[in-house]
Design a protein around this ligand. Structure first.
Ligand code: NAD
Length: 439
């Protein structure tokens, strides 16, 4: 098995990611296998039994549903949707809903298991889940998206529940999507604001949820800089993705003295060595739907952005963007994993060899699920906190999680990723033991 610190190739290190499978060399890891690769590395460190590995490298429940939608042109299109519950030992299943053409079962499985480790590493009382519909929402009208969301919610509603499984937004879904989901669920089960998080504040959402993931990413950078002696005054930052997470990172990271020099989205990107005017860029993207064409900046592609000579690189779009093909050309000193699973196992080893500080997804982007937890708590008690209370509680939780992970890494000679995963796996397996699951 892979040892921490070793620069082992992806092809020769993942052993038996599928329970019972022979330990053979595999040329490509799908997203779920790749996430399980990181799991096995942590499981090796803590000496986890094969039985628990079998439980934790597969999903508890996988629901695939048909989602027929009447399109505006009168035709019917049938989409495929998923809700995957990975582990519920520590509490209700929790995780976002993604609308994307690539949201297949392996991707959703991977994202569901990451949610188990994320909720555990920041110590909130949830398990892990994820949902997705394979569709291209950029080609759909609001009416089509609403019909898709209502049909999908109805199809998965049997496995949801305030104390069972609580969805949230993810790529291409937002507060409006959550409002439709809540309404569709409430129509069947009675008014249930705690059934989803990331709702509009007017419908029982929490102040601060919108910015929470980006804010948590920025807290991690602040802590990492302090602990690893990085001067952030004038530090340069490149951000891939300018949606919920990327745009909030861009808007908040200046508070640390950093300069955002490049931003991309699905259509392309912009670069300005002196620093981009982020509020103006935000306005432009709101107006035009993309950062592309922003005045006073040069064009840059997504591939070029990742390889820029910057201090901090923030992948905040999709998974596996840093991989065997480009890892050795990454020049950033710090990679903040705002996106889920943006770095493949092989690339992770290359970055480690190069001395890049990688703040792993299950820690870096956990601010969103932390404030989702606050939203659920508030909706359950039907009493809402003000924005400053949400922010200070988020800061406390993110900083506590950072310190736990940093100390675990330092005390055991591990990377931040393996330390975070070890902590999470220990908490989940302790919950299994205490509950007497599978005696
Ligand atoms: P979003 O839909 O709001 O934004 C996604 C951004 O990525 C957009 O700017 C889009 O143009 C860009 N993008 C999409 N495809 C791309 C491509 N092929 N190349 C380059 N850019 C592309 O989504 P989001 O909520 O900001 O999520 C971004 C990432 O953060 C995802 O990995 C998601 O799982 C993760 N995440 C989100 C949250 C949350 O609270 N929203 C929480 C934790 C993690």
């Amino acid at each position: 098995m892979a040892r921490e610190g070793g620069a082992l190739a992806e092809t020769e290190t993942h052993a038996a990611v599928i329970p019972g499978a022979p330990r053979t060399r595999t040329p490509e890891l799908n997203p779920f296998e790749a996430v399980n690769f990181f799991f096995h590395r942590a499981a090796d460190h803590i000496g986890l039994s094969d039985e628990l590995r079998d439980v934790l490298t597969s999903s508890y429940r996988e629901l695939t549903v048909q989602v027929p939608v009447r399109l505006d042109d009168g035709t019917l299109q049938v989409f495929t949707g998923y809700r995957i519950q990975h582990n519920g030992a520590r509490g209700p299943y929790k995780g976002g809903i993604r609308y994307h053409p690539d949201a297949d079962i392996d991707e959703v499985r991977a994202l569901a298991s990451l949610m188990t480790w994320k909720t555990a590493v920041v110590d909130i009382p949830y398990g892990g889940a994820k949902g997705g519909v394979q569709c291209d929402p950029t080609m759909m009208s609001m009416g089509e998206k609403q019909r898709l969301t209502r049909r999908f919610t109805s199809a998965i509603s049997y496995v949801l529940g305030v104390n069972r499984d609580v969805p949230a937004p993810d790529v291409n879904t937002d507060a409006q999507t959550m409002a439709w989901m809540m309404d569709a669920y409430s129509g069947r089960y009675g008014y249930t604001p705690a059934i989803v998080t990331g709702k509009p504040v007017e419908l029982g959402g929490s102040y601060g949820r919108d910015a929470a993931t980006g804010r948590g990413v920025v807290y991690c950078l602040e802590e990492a800089a302090r602990d690893y002696g990085i001067d952030l005054a004038g530090a340069t930052v490149a951000i891939q993705g300018f949606g919920n997470v990327g745009s909030w990172v861009a808007r908040l990271i200046g508070e640390l003295g950093c300069r955002v020099v490049a931003v991309t989205d699905v259509k392309g990107g912009v670069h300005r060595a002196d620093g981009l005017d982020v509020p103006a860029l935000w306005g432009w993207a709101q107006e035009t739907g993309s950062v592309v064409g922003f005045s006073g900046a040069e064009e840059i592609s997504n591939a070029e952005l990742l390889e820029l000579d910057v201090d901090v690189l923030v992948p905040a779009a999709l998974d596996r963007v840093i991989n065997e093909g480009n890892a050795d050309r990454i020049k950033a000193r710090v990679v903040l994993e705002a996106a889920n699973h943006p770095v493949t196992p092989a690339a992770d080893d290359v970055l480690q060899e190069k001395g890049v500080i990688v703040v792993p997804d299950i820690l870096a982007n956990a601010g969103g699920v932390i404030v989702s937890y606050f939203e659920w708590v508030q909706a359950n008690q039907a009493y809402w906190w003000d924005a400053s209370e949400v922010e200070s509680r988020l800061a406390d939780r993110m900083r506590a999680a950072w310190l736990n992970v940093r100390d675990y890494a330092a005390n055991n000679g591990l990377t931040l990723r393996t330390a975070a995963t070890c902590l999470a796996v220990e908490r989940v397996t302790e919950a299994h033991r205490l509950r007497g699951l599978y005696p």
